[in-house]
Design a protein around this ligand. Structure first.
Ligand code: LLP
Length: 459
C-alpha cells in the first residue's frame, strides 16, 4: 500500500496552497500515478488504516459508513503531476468524474481548468468560483437554456457536437469560441460503453464521412462563431498512448485540410481524457509523463511533416486525477460462507454508491481497515445491500477468514464515477464525501438523509 514513500522526481513549483511540508518535497510521480491508494494512506501496527492522519475507526465514529474518504493532499499532488507532465498545455479536469464545490476550489488553487457537460456541473463550477474563461462545455445534447447560461457566463469555449447545436448557438447570437468534436474512428481498448471515438455512436462529427470538415467549414464561412480547433476524446481507462497518437494524427490532418481549403490555421487541439488508473495490483497504466511525452512528440513530428504550426494542446483527465484520491469505507454486516464456492461479505452500501462493477464488470480490491488478522485468506465477494444479485462491489478478493460483522472494509479507487454515478436505488441515501488532511476530517458533501429523499416525494 502506498504510504509517504514517494520521494524521487520533482513535480513542485510555486502554488497558492503550500500544503504540509512533506507534500512540498519532491514526489515520485510515476509511483503516485500507478498507486492504488491515496498518498497519505497507510496502516498502523494495529492494522487500522489511516488517511490524511485520521484513523478509519475515527472516521466511522464521526461520520458513519458507508462514506467516500477524499485525500486532499493526494488530489492536489495528482493535479500537480498532470500540470507538470503536460507543461505548456492546458489541463482541464473532467468534472463528470466527481465534482463538488470543494473540488472546484482546489482546482482553482492548483491552476487547472474545468470541463463540464451539463448545466448542473456548470453551475457548481461557477458558484465555487471557477473563472468562466477556464471552463470548457461538452455534451451531445446541450439545451438552449444550458447554452444560453454558458454564453451569458462568458465561458471559455464550447465543444460543439452537432449541426443542431451550431444552429442553437447562432440563435443566441454571440460570437463565442468553439471547438468541433470529432469522431476520429479509433477503437480504444476499453469497455464498449466507455469508448467514444469509434464511428457508430452518438458523440461528435464523423471524420471518415467528412462531416467534421463540413462543420468546421460552416462555422468558418458563416463567421458567427470563432473556431479554435478540433477536439477528440477516444474513451476512458486507456493504458497506452497509441490511441491518442492516432487520434492526434487524424486531427492534425483535419487542421491541414482546413488550412489548405479554407485558408485558416486553427490555433488549438484537444485530445480529451481517458488516462487509465490501477484498480487492482494487476493493472499497470502508463504514467502521465510518458503519455505526455509521446503525445507532444507525435504532435510536433506530425506538424513538421504537414508544415503546420504546433497548435496549443489541451487534455481532459478526470479519472486519473480523482480516481485514486478516494476510497470507500464500508462496514461489514452479513458474512455468508458458501461451501466450496466463496464467502459473500455484505457491506452497508453497494451498487447505489458504486455502479461500476455491475455496469462495466469493473474490478476493485478491498482490505480490512479496522484491525489486523492472522487468519488464513479466504476467497470473498464483497456485495451490497440492494435487492439484486448483480449488486457486487468487489468480484473477487482474498479477505481474512475471520472477517466478521462490524469490521470496516476499505475499497480503493472509488474517486471517479462512483459518487458522481450514485443513485438512490432501493431508497438508499447517498453517502457523504469526507475530506481528510493533516489529521483533520471535514464533510465536503454531506450524507443524504431519508428526509432528503422524501422531500422530493410530494404525495
Ligand atoms: N473528456 C470528455 C469529452 C469525456 O467525455 C470524458 C469522459 C473525459 C474527458 C474524462 O475521461 P476520464 O479521464 O475520466 O477517463 N462512467 C465511465 C466513464 C465515462 C467517461 C465519460 N467521459 C466509467 O465509470 O468508467
Amino acid at each position: 500500500m502506498a504510504g509517504r514513500a514517494h520521494e524521487a522526481g520533482a513535480i513542485h513549483g510555486d502554488f497558492g496552497y503550500r500544503g504540509p511540508a512533506w507534500l512540498r518535497t519532491p514526489i515520485d510521480v510515476n509511483a503516485l500515478l500507478k498507486s492504488l491508494w491515496p498518498l497519505t494512506v497507510h496502516k498502523g501496527s494495529d492494522g487500522v488504516l489511516e488517511a490524511g492522519g485520521v484513523k478509519a475507526t475515527e472516521l466511522k465514529e464521526q461520520f458513519g459508513t458507508p462514506a467516500y474518504i477524499f485525500d486532499e493532499d493526494d488530489f492536489r499532488a495528482r493535479c500537480r503531476a498532470f500540470k507538470a507532465a503536460f507543461k505548456g498545455a492546458d489541463v482541464y479536469y473532467a468534472g463528470k468524474a466527481f465534482l463538488c464545490k470543494a473540488i472546484v476550489r482546489i482546482l482553482v488553487e492548483e491552476g487547472l481548468s474545468l470541463d463540464v457537460c451539463t448545466g448542473g456541473e456548470l453551475s457548481t463550477a461557477l458558484q465555487a468560483g471557477m473563472e468562466p474563461q477556464r471552463i470548457g462545455f461538452h455534451g451531445n445534447n446541450k439545451s438552449m437554456a444550458e447554452l444560453q447560461r454558458a454564453v451569458d457566463a462568458g465561458i471559455g469555449r464550447i465543444i460543439v457536437d452537432s449541426f443542431d447545436e451550431i444552429e442553437r448557438l447562432y440563435k443566441i447570437g454571440k460570437n463565442v469560441d468553439v471547438m468541433v468534436r470529432v469522431t476520429v474512428g479509433v477503437e480504444a481498448h476499453t469497455h464498449e460503453f466507455i469508448a467514444t471515438a469509434h464511428e457508430d455512436q452518438k458523440f461528435g462529427f464523423g471524420l471518415a464521412d467528412g462531416t467534421a470538415f463540413k462543420a468546421a467549414a460552416k462555422i468558418i464561412r458563416d463567421g458567427k462563431l470563432t473556431l479554435k480547433g478540433f477536439h477528440s476524446h477516444i474513451g476512458s481507462q486507456i493504458f497506452d498512448a497509441s490511441g491518442f497518437e492516432i487520434s492526434a494524427r487524424r486531427l492534425l490532418k483535419l487542421h491541414k485540410q482546413v488550412k489548405d481549403e479554407l485558408g485558416v490555421e486553427l490555433p488549438e487541439m484537444d485530445l480529451g481524457g481517458g488516462f487509465g488508473i490501477a484498480y487492482t495490483s494487476q493493472d499497470d497504466p502508463s504514467p502521465a509523463d510518458d503519455l505526455a511525452r509521446r503525445m507532444f512528440k507525435i504532435v510536433k513530428d506530425e506538424c513538421d511533416a504537414l508544415q503546420l504550426n504546433v497548435p496549443h494542446l489541451s487534455v481532459e483527465p478526470g479519472r486519473a486525477i480523482v480516481g485514486p484520491s478516494m476510497f470507500t469505507l464500508y462496514e461489514v454486516g452479513t458474512v455468508k460462507p458458501l461451501d466450496g464456492i466463496r464467502t459473500y461479505v455484505s457491506v452497508d452500501g453497494g451498487m447505489s454508491d458504486n455502479i461500476r462493477t455491475a455496469l462495466y464488470d469493473a474490478s476493485y480490491s478491498a482490505t480490512i481497515a479496522s484491525r489486523t488478522s492472522d487468519a488464513d485468506p479466504m476467497l470473498a465477494r464483497v456485495v451490497g445491500k440492494h435487492c439484486e444479485s448483480g449488486d457486487v462491489v468487489v468480484k473477487d478478493e482474498f479477505l481474512p477468514a475471520d472477517t466478521k460483522t462490524g469490521d470496516l472494509l476499505a475499497v480503493p479507487g472509488t474517486g471517479a464515477y462512483c459518487r458522481s454515478m450514485a443513485s438512490n436505488y432501493n431508497h438508499v441515501p447517498r453517502p457523504p464525501v469526507i475530506a481528510v488532511r493533516d489529521g483533520q476530517a471535514r464533510v465536503i458533501v454531506r450524507r443524504e438523509t431519508e428526509d432528503d429523499l422524501l422531500a422530493l416525494d410530494v404525495g
